[in-house]
Write a new protein. Structure first.
Length: 152
């Protein structure tokens, strides 16, 4: 199976399939596997990438616990990692969300005019809809709305 076919299958399963989550370890760096129920060859594995708090930007502020950590997210096919993404654990690991992209607002040259956004068709956003943990809100979309992150 070539990568083009594999990634279109990923997109299909991320949008349309049910997924089952399983904790693989409760060590210092917890690891979680999320497996596609309709085709178990597709698996998302995520684990803490760092023990040190990380700064992600204004979009990650305003939560009760300022601790935030890098999370590595692997797309595995038949046990082989085919792609890796960086996500963020926020609020003392109560939230697991994709790291949004940033850009300057139209017509503004000031660095304080940075806006954050998710591309709703990106693999990161689709993965986030499957694995995101949002402590208060039940969805990635609600988290984005509360944190001022646009969804394009």
């Amino acid at each position: 199976m070539d990568n083009t076919h594999r990634f279109s299958d990923w997109e299909h399963h991320l949008r349309n399939s049910d997924w089952l989550e399983q904790e693989l370890g409760f060590t210092e760096n917890p690891t979680t596997a999320v497996t596609c129920k309709s085709n178990m060859m597709f698996q998302i594995v995520h684990y803490s990438g760092s023990d040190e708090s990380t700064e992600f930007g204004a979009w990650s502020k305003g939560l009760p616990d300022p601790a935030s950590f890098l999370c590595l997210v692997d797309l595995n096919f038949a046990g082989t990692t085919v792609m890796r993404f960086q996500f963020a654990y926020l609020d003392g690991m109560r939230y697991l969300v994709p790291i949004p992209k940033s850009r300057l607002r139209d017509g503004v040259e000031d660095a304080s005019a940075i806006e954050y956004y998710y591309d709703s068709n990106s693999l990161e956003f689709l993965i986030g809809k499957v694995i995101a943990h949002t402590h208060i809100s039940g969805s990635l979309e609600e988290f984005a709305r509360r944190q001022g992150i646009k969804i394009l």
